[in-house]
Design a protein around this ligand. Structure first.
Ligand SMILES: CSC[C@@H](O)[C@@H](O)C(=O)COP(=O)(O)O
Ligand SMILES: [Zn+2]
Length: 200
């Protein structure tokens, strides 16, 4: 448990260096196969350049802080994490970015970013060839997290790769472990950037 906290904290600081989490933005979580109903999520408002293992706290599947953490504020976007774990029970880790290219891609007034023919598409689990097309859904941003969690539930069929964009906000990606969640976010962000640069 302490090891994964340290590993994820290292990733969080590295992502800050990439410019993916300006001004305390982004949030992260993981859970364990042994105790899947407890989510370790980043506390709200932490500067991600300084993030450490101590900045995680535990919540239940409804996003409520466990007694040991009462009075500490979990990420404002905790309900997104709760809903994704509910919709994809095998998933154990969720990562989020506020990258520039995710935001730029989301500004085109379309329901998804279509990505075709790139070798790095194989970074998404299950994709074996570049000769494919994926749609990464774009959902409208909102501060109403219960409403957004409902959107995710309604639109689950569109989540054909483990990532989506919140419009003018950023990317969420997830996986069965930290390695996979990280690979999925990095795949999505690389593709958003290269695709943006080619088409604009
Ligand atoms: C600095 S604004 C970013 C927030 O509104 C939010 O989108 C975010 O990603 C971080 O919120 P947090 O509550 O710190 O987890
Ligand atoms: Zn965010």
């Amino acid at each position: 448990m302490e090891e994964i906290k340290r590993e994820l904290a290292d990733v969080i600081r590295a992502y800050h260096q990439k410019g993916w989490s300006p001004a305390t933005s982004t949030n992260y979580s993981f859970r364990t196969v042994e105790n899947p109903d407890v989510i370790s999520v980043s506390r709200s408002g932490i500067d991600k350049s300084l993030f450490s293992a101590a900045d995680f706290m535990e919540v239940d599947m409804s996003g409520k802080a466990l007694p040991a953490y009462e009075g500490i504020r979990p990420s404002a976007e905790t309900l997104i994490h709760c809903k994704l774990y509910q919709l994809f029970p095998e998933m154990m880790c969720i990562v989020h970015s506020h990258s520039m290219y995710s935001v730029l891609q989301s500004m085109k007034n379309r329901a998804a970013v279509e990505l075709s023919g790139y070798e790095v598409l194989k970074g998404f689990e299950g994709i074996k060839t570049h000769e494919t097309t994926v749609q990464v859904p774009v959902f409208d941003n909102t501060q109403d997290m219960p409403a957004f969690a409902d959107v995710l539930e309604r639109e689950k069929e569109r989540l054909t790769v483990p990532a989506f964009i919140m419009r003018q906000h950023g990317t969420y990606a997830w996986g069965r472990n930290l390695f996979e969640a990280k690979r999925h976010l990095e795949t999505a962000e690389y593709l958003f950037e290269v695709d943006w640069k080619i088409s604009n």
